[in-house]
Design a protein around this ligand. Structure first.
Ligand code: COA
Length: 297
């Protein structure tokens, strides 16, 4: 039987989260996010055998959001011999579209702790598995050269929605392609802009980029999440692709974040392993690949 968390489950849940695991959720994170609204009692699901809790699924959403978006952890009691069907049942309790992100390194990619969780996600309908490379730039490195061939301007939400719409054409990003197939190009652009606005980075940082003739080249969205500054989004409109403009946009993002902070900084970024031009751009700009994110969606 599956049900959502009640207040008296808290000690049990914290005990489940004590042991090290592949879950993103830790004891500390659970308590803090329950306060901030990124975790909710009604988004935290337990599996019960009789009266005994034997499984747990913890979901994350934006603090101002009305539904959970991503699975942050799955736990099974030691006595459960095959956790896959139970976890699949837990995942099915939350309506899709949802995602399940597992943070790891390449050498642990095929550990059973990961493959069993991914099998459950697949069984529950999250059938697309994307491998995302995780990059980091730190201020121990020199700042990348700032572009002279583009100019950057702030813009309205409508202008960003329009730019996102153009950029999504021919995108190699798996989530963008899936979103466009699901709800269409305009709704996907609107949803993306809203999601980026829910992130912690200041909206004033967002820029549109133009070439010397004044034509739109793309957008650069520096941002931040709970872990610190991130490259929110880089995109070049189709007619302008093939000139490594991604490098100029990424350099600008790096500069905007570096200029806004007074101490040592680390900027993190992810891109699909199959998004070859973006992978190459991170590597040219001195971003270091440090880990792998597996995304079932
Ligand atoms: C990723 C992106 C910003 C790269 O744009 P860019 O700076 O113009 O890319 P580059 O100039 O470095 O391209 C290198 C090569 O890849 C090709 N290329 C770039 N983007 C491509 C795409 N979406 N599809 C197919 N080929 C592409 C270029 O034509 C070029 O080919 P060439 O070497 O034969 O001339 C752009 O593809 C884009 O906006 N994609 C959609 C948004 C996206 O994926 N953002 C990253 C999310 S993390």
């Amino acid at each position: 039987m599956f049900r959502t968390m009640v207040e008296s489950d808290l000690d049990f849940i914290l005990a489940c989260l004590t042991e090290p695991s592949v879950n993103t959720t830790t004891r500390e994170r659970f308590a803090a996010y329950l306060d901030s609204g990124s975790y909710r009692r009604e988004w935290t699901w337990l599996a019960l055998d009789g009266d005994e809790p034997v499984g747990l699924a913890v979901w994350w959403g934006f603090p101002d959001g009305d539904k959970p978006l991503a699975l942050d952890g799955l736990w099974a009691a030691p006595g459960v011999t095959d956790p896959v069907p139970m976890w699949a049942g837990l995942i099915r309790q939350v309506p899709q579209p949802t995602e399940y992100h597992i943070f790891t390194v390449p050498s642990h990619r095929d550990d059973p702790a990961i493959t069993l969780r991914l099998a459950a996600a697949h069984e529950a309908g999250l059938k697309t598995l994307t491998e995302r490379f995780r990059y980091e730039w730190t201020s121990a490195q020199p700042l990348p050269e700032r572009t002279t061939r583009l100019t950057f301007e702030p813009a309205t939400d409508e202008a960003f929605v329009d730019a996102f719409e153009q950029i999504s054409v021919g995108s190699l990003d798996v989530a963008t392609r899936a979103g466009v197939a699901r709800i269409g190009v305009h709704a996907q652009a609107l949803e993306d802009v809203e999601d980026y606005k829910s992130m912690r980075g200041p909206r004033e940082w967002w820029r549109l980029a133009y070439d010397e003739s004044g034509a739109l080249v793309g957008c650069a969205l520096p941002s931040a999440n709970d872990g610190g500054p991130v490259v929110g989004y880089v995109g070049v409109v189709p007619a302008q692709r093939g000139h490594h403009y991604a490098d100029d946009l990424l350099a600008e993002i790096t500069w905007i974040i570096a200029e806004a902070s007074d101490g040592g900084i680390s900027i993190r970024a992810d891109t699909d392993s199959t998004n070859a031009p973006m992978v190459a751009s991170f590597e040219r700009l001195g971003y270091r690949r440090f880990a792998l994110r597996l995304v079932a969606s």
